[in-house]
Ligand binder design. Sequence first.
Ligand code: PPE
Length: 319
Amino acid sequence: MEKAEYIWQSGKFVPWDEAQVHVLSHGLHYGTGVFEGVRCYDGEQGPAIFRHKDHLKRLDESAKLYYLDLPYTQEEIGEATRELVRKNGLRDCYIRPLAFRGYGEMGLYAKSAPVEMIIAAWPWGAYLGEEGVKHGIRAKVSSWRRVSSAGLIPHAKASGTYLNSILAKTESANAGYEEAILLDERGFVCEGSGENIFVVKDGKVITPPQVAAILDGISRKSVMTILEDFGYTVIERDLARSELYLADEVFMCGTAAEVVPVREIDDHPLGEPGEVTRMVQAKFNDAIYGRAPEYSEWLDLVGEPEKPEAETETSKVVS
Ligand code: PPE
């Protein structure tokens, strides 16, 4: 990954390499953390964080669901994030706020272990590859099912939950695919390992409902708004695996991935990205880069970097 200069850690801007935690941090042992994936884009009005408020709210809600008392308010985290981006001289970057149970007590009911928080920001390019954005990715239906709400909380963006995504992603990558598609325990389609999914069929757009075992994605909501504003009907309902194979178009969306067409699922070719996917991709890009006035309320302007970009050390590679 590419480094930046500072990481915000518990209220301080710490040099990147010095942002460390104790090896007995609770979150490291049990996955007791909640996080966000956010992006900042160098748009028409300067660097702006996309749907920042929605991400801060989801972080707060994820924390509540796992009994983590966030030591900072959404406003404080928001302000620290904007300052971090400016201080690092970044204009286009990925932002990762993480709150986790820290060091102090072991065991499963470690109420006295403090909740710690960091925010990092660094440049992160096309999550599923440049080729994928242009021509579509190949995805594999995973043999691992998406965690259900019977045992975990799919709607919370919690560190521990990602073991499920990692199993699916690893299986698909080892089989030569770019992404995994997870079904729920009934066999209905849920989402990718790090993206929500949409199917286009006969002019209608279908996506699993908000109450499915999915992460209620912020890109998903943006895509639904864009589609509806264009006059498409978006149907939220259970989606059968066979509907993936028979789709006119399939695309995925997420903060890291943005909008990515799917050109093949298992051994079923879907072809080059279709008209609806292209429209959504283009409009989403306009929105994130501040070229769509109708979505300008989605942007949180960061302000100009505190130092010229040339002076950052972002080209260093961390091994
Ligand atoms: N489902 C999952 C399981 C998921 O992890 C993400 C985001 C989404 C859907 C889309 O949500 P949203 O970003 O709010 O539109 N995945 C994040 C993690 C990527 C990572 O590898 O880490 C992301 O895109 O930031």
